[in-house]
Design a protein around this ligand. Structure first.
Ligand SMILES: Cc1cc2nc3c(=O)[nH]c(=O)nc-3n(C[C@H](O)[C@H](O)[C@H](O)COP(=O)(O)OP(=O)(O)OC[C@H]3O[C@@H](n4cnc5c(N)ncnc54)[C@H](O)[C@@H]3O)c2cc1C
Length: 406
C-alpha cells in the first residue's frame, strides 16, 4: 500500500496516465505524484479527435482532460514535452531524453501507442490521426480543399471509418481504401464484417475493399494514390489509418518482458513497484473462457486499469469486479458497440434486428460459451446482455434467457 512518503512516477500523460493520477487522489493518496509526457499538451482525450473535433463541432481544446486547475487541485508535478528514454526497474528511476532522472518509489507505464506509419513517397505530407497535433494538421489541410474534393482514407478500420464519416459531413468526398476483403473482417470475422459492409454505401461514402495501395506521391497541389494493380486515384489529401504500434522502445533495456506491449499480471504489475496500464499493457485477463494475455486499445479498458490499480495501491484491496472490455465507434451514422474480447474465428449468431434495418445485436461464442457481444444501434440491448460476460453462460442458455427481448 502507498504511504505518504512514497512518490509515484507516471510515464505517459495520456488518458490512462491522467485517469490514474486522478484516481490516486480520489482514493486518498497524499504523497508525491509526477506525470511525465512526451507531448507538449496537457492530457487530453482521443476519441473526440476523430468525431466532434474533426467534424468541427468542438474546438480541439475541448478534448483537454487536465486543465491547469485540475493539475493544481491534484497536486501533480508535470513534465510535458519530456519523453522517457529508459527505466531502471531496480531503483524505479525514469531517465528522460534530455538527461534528467526522476526516481520514484513506484512507476506506472502508460505510454500508449502511436499511429502505424506507411513508407510512402509523399512521407511527411500524409496525415495520420492519433494525436492532437495530427487532427490540427489534418483540419488545416482539409479546410483548404474545395467542397467535393476527394480525400483518400487508407484503412477502413474503426478510426478510418470515423475519419471518412466526418470528412463526408464536412462536404468532402472521402474514399475509403481497404486492403482486406471487407473492413474489420480480421477483427470481427466474416459474418459481422458482412453486415457492416453496406454501412458506408448507406450514407453515400465510397468504400473500395480488397485494394492494395502501393505508394502515394505528390501530384501538383494534391496526391496520386497508386494501387498495386497499376490504377491511380487523384486525391486532395490522404489520411492513413492502418492501426497502432505500442510505445515500448524506451523500455528496451529495462529487463521488463516486452511482447506486443508491456507484459503484466492480472494486477497490472510488470515488476515489483512497476505497473503498466492502458493501450501499452498486455495484461492477464480473466474472462469467461479463462485466463488470456490480451492487449486492447479501448478507452474503457484504459479507464478500468487506472481505477483498479489506484484502488489497490491506495487501499490494498484488489478489485473483485470482472473487467469486461468495452469499445464503441461512431461510424457511417451508426453506433457500433462491443463487449468482450472476440476472435474472427468465433461463432456468431444475430439475435435481434436485421442488417436491412441497420440495427442488430449479435452474440459471439467459442466452444459454446458466449464470449462477446456486438451491437449496431442497440445500446440498451447490449447492456442487458453484459452479465453473460461476467458469469460463463452457454449460447443455448443465453438464447433461452434472451434479456434483449425485455
Ligand atoms: C482518433 C482516436 C479515436 C478513438 N476512438 C475510440 C472510441 O471511439 N472508443 C474507444 O473505446 N476507444 C477509442 N480510441 C482509443 C482510446 O483513445 C485509447 O484506448 C486511449 O487513448 C488509451 O489511453 P492510453 O493513455 O493508454 O494511451 P494514449 O492515449 O496513447 O496516451 C499515451 C501517452 O503517452 C505518451 N508517451 C508515449 N511515449 C512516451 C515516452 N517515451 N515518454 C513519455 N510519454 C510518452 C504519448 O505521447 C501519449 O500522450 C480512439 C483512439 C484514437 C487515436
Amino acid at each position: 500500500m502507498l504511504q505518504t512518503s512514497d512518490h509515484v512516477v507516471v510515464v505517459g500523460a495520456g488518458f490512462a496516465g491522467w485517469r490514474f493520477v486522478e484516481a490516486l487522489r480520489r482514493e486518498g493518496y497524499d504523497g508525491a505524484v509526477t506525470l511525465v509526457g512526451e507531448e507538449a499538451h496537457l492530457p487530453y482525450d482521443r476519441p473526440p479527435l476523430s468525431k466532434q473535433v474533426l467534424v468541427g463541432k468542438w474546438d480541439v481544446a475541448k478534448a483537454t482532460l487536465a486543465t491547469p486547475e485540475l493539475i493544481a487541485k491534484n497536486d501533480v508535478t508535470l513534465h510535458l514535452g519530456a519523453a522517457a528514454a529508459g527505466l531502471d526497474v531496480a531503483t524505479t528511476t525514469v531517465h528522460l531524453v534530455d538527461g534528467r532522472e526522476i526516481t520514484g518509489s513506484h512507476v506506472v507505464i502508460a505510454t500508449g501507442a502511436r499511429a502505424r506509419r506507411l513508407d510512402f513517397t509523399a512521407g511527411a505530407d500524409l496525415h495520420y490521426l492519433r494525436s492532437r497535433d495530427d487532427v490540427v494538421s489534418l483540419l488545416d489541410d482539409v479546410a483548404a480543399l474545395s467542397p467535393g474534393s476527394v480525400v483518400a482514407v487508407v484503412g477502413g478500420g474503426f478510426v478510418g471509418a470515423e475519419v471518412a464519416t466526418q470528412l463526408d459531413a464536412r462536404g468532402l468526398r472521402p474514399i475509403v481504401l481497404e486492403a482486406a476483403s471487407r473492413p474489420l473482417v480480421g477483427a470481427l470475422g466474416e459474418d459481422v464484417s458482412t453486415w457492416l459492409e453496406g454501412l458506408a454505401a448507406g450514407v453515400g461514402i465510397e468504400l473500395r475493399s480488397g485494394v492494395q495501395v502501393g505508394d502515394v506521391t505528390r501530384d501538383g497541389d494534391g496526391f496520386s494514390v497508386r494501387f498495386a494493380d497499376g490504377d491511380q486515384l487523384a486525391s486532395g489529401a490522404v489520411v492513413i489509418s492502418v492501426g497502432a504500434v505500442v510505445n515500448v522502445e524506451w523500455l528496451a533495456t529495462s529487463g521488463l518482458t516486452i511482447d506486443n506491449g508491456v507484459v503484466v499480471d492480472e494486477r497490472l504489475m510488470a515488476a515489483p513497484r512497476v505497473a503498466a496500464i492502458g493501450d501499452v499493457a498486455r495484461f492477464m485477463w480473466r474472462g469467461v473462457l479463462g485466463e488470456e494475455l490480451i492487449r486492447v486499445e479501448h478507452w474503457q479498458v484504459a479507464n478500468d486499469h487506472a481505477m483498479m490499480l489506484a484502488h489497490e495501491w491506495v487501499t490494498g484491496v484488489v478489485a473483485s469486479a470482472p473487467l469486461v472490455p468495452y469499445f464503441w465507434s461512431d461510424q457511417y451514422a451508426k453506433k457500433l458497440q462491443m463487449l468482450g474480447h472476440v476472435r474472427a474465428s468465433d461463432d456468431v449468431v444475430q439475435v435481434i434486428g436485421g442488417t436491412e434495418e441497420g440495427k442488430w445485436l449479435a452474440l459471439y461464442s467459442r466452444d459454446g460459451i458466449v464470449n462477446g457481444i456486438v451491437a449496431l444501434g442497440q445500446p440498451r440491448a447490449l447492456m442487458l446482455t453484459r452479465h453473460f460476460l461476467e458469469v460463463p453462460t452457454s449460447l443455448e442458455q443465453a438464447l433461452e434467457l434472451a434479456p434483449w427481448a425485455g
